[in-house]
Ligand binder design. Structure first.
Ligand SMILES: Cc1ncc(COP(=O)(O)O)c(C=O)c1O
Length: 415
């Protein structure tokens, strides 16, 4: 992201001209940012010790997956759709780990038919799996009894979480696997997403390793994702070097006591793709009330739900007027819901952005992760196009939906 003569540039091209060419709203990804984030992760978690399974739920655009495949990433998949997409892109089945939750047996069967390893998060599913695939290898997801994350919806460990086999039930997992001749080849855990406190990650790691020592046939331990990114101007980057060193050091010590070298796995999503994306939109309206000036734009929580669902903060700028005097405004979407306000209702409700006028380009930053991948067709609006930019080159990697796409499945239209 650069600014020149008052305009925001992404991949060397002004945001205004991208909207002019590809229409509004628009998701833009900077290839250089994506690649450098992955490489940074790989330097801190080198491939001879750690497999990096990119959590494709964060963003499953196949063009982005293909870049990561070339870089040597593995994949964390959560559905048969994810597994199919990753295979289509060219990931080797053994570089994918399917971690469903409340999965149907068919989903597990699908992964097995494609030779994609399966990771199971409940005793019931382990029993079902054992009956269907006796004598095979499988890994299990453990709930270590604690969680962390940027919002209560994003905490995936602890007694209130639906995920994983609770750590006090692990002896039962061993019994079930013995009954069916299963090899429990991996232990997995993911305590939450958007974790800023690395201490929580280390604490969870210790709990998982404490559980792992009871499983004699392990090939890997997977510590999940959760690595946060700076969303606010005042946020600092995680000290990934330090975190990587600490996690690897602890893992080496564990392996020494375990008596064998195991592979460590991690599953970052947000860290890799979040900062690479921006959602561009056009100012369509400006409305004042006694308390606020609302800047209305042509996108809403149908395209980026994080602010409305989690109260998440995203930096918002007027990409057409980066140097103009700032005005205090709220930024609202075009969905018929009063909660459709990107700046929320709390202390961040008013932002200072360069004097907005109808037709200006607004950029909502750091939206590469959990942006379009969580989008919907609410209010019967089309999903935006996605483009990839690098060194003044642009590639459209997903076309904008049209009315036909929205109605294709309705009988009325011959679906
Ligand atoms: C099992 C699992 N692994 C990895 C991730 C990725 O998390 P993040 O994008 O915060 O790294 C998630 C996200 O919720 C997850 O559920």
């Amino acid at each position: 992201m650069e600014v020149s003569e008052g305009l925001l540039y992404l991949g060397g091209i002004s945001a205004d001209s991208l909207l002019e060419r590809f229409g509004s709203p628009l998701y833009v990804y900077e290839e250089d940012v994506l690649i450098s984030r992955f490489r940074k992760m790989r330097n801190c978690f080198p491939p001879d010790e750690v497999d990096i399974h990119y959590a494709m739920k964060a963003n499953y655009n196949p063009s982005l997956l293909s870049l990561l495949c070339r870089e040597g990433a593995c994949i964390d998949a959560v559905s048969s759709g994810d597994v199919r997409m990753a295979l289509e892109v060219g990931f080797d089945p053994h570089r994918i780990l399917f971690t469903g939750n409340n999965s149907r047996l068919e989903e597990i069967e699908f992964s097995m038919s494609k030779k994609v390893p399966v990771n199971l998060g409940s005793l019931e599913l382990l029993e079902l799996y054992g009956n269907r695939f006796p004598g095979t290898s499988v890994s299990i997801r453990v709930n270590p009894g604690m969680g962390a994350g940027h919002h209560s919806h994003c905490i995936t460990g602890g007694p209130d979480s639906k995920f994983g086999i609770y750590r006090d039930r692990l002896a039962d997992a061993l019994k079930i696997s013995e009954k069916h001749g299963l090899k429990l080849s991996g232990i997995h855990s993911h305590i939450g997403t958007g974790i800023r406190k690395t201490e929580a990650m280390i604490e969870a790691m210790d709990l998982i390793l404490d559980s792992a020592k009871h499983f004699p046939e392990l090939e890997f331990v997977d510590f999940g994702g959760g690595f946060d990114i700076p969303y606010r101007e005042s946020d600092e980057e995680l000290d990934l070097e330090e975190l990587g060193q600490r996690m690897r050091q602890r893992f080496r010590e564990f392996c020494k006591n375990y008596g064998r070298d195991l592979k460590m796995k991690i599953e970052p999503g947000r860290y890799i793709i979040g900062p690479a994306g921006a959602l561009l939109a056009t100012v369509t309206n400006i409305t004042e009330t006694p308390s606020k000036k609302f800047v209305g734009i042509d996108t809403g929580f149908n395209h980026l739900i994080r602010p409305m669902m989690y109260g998440s903060y995203h930096r918002i700028v007027n990409a057409s007027k980066m140097d103009a005097p700032k005005e205090s405004v709220a930024v609202a979407g075009n969905i018929c819901e009063s909660g459709d306000v990107f700046t929320g209702k709390g202390p961040d409700a008013i932002r200072k952005i360069g004097g907005p006028k109808i037709g200006d380009c607004i950029a909502i930053l750091d939206t590469g992760a959990y942006g379009l991948s969580m989008a919907s067709q609410y209010n019967l609006r089309e999903l935006p196009a996605e483009i990839l930019v690098k060194n003044k080159n642009v590639e459209m990697i997903r076309r904008r939906q049209d009315f036909g796409d929205l109605v294709v499945n309705f009988n009325w239209f011959g679906g």
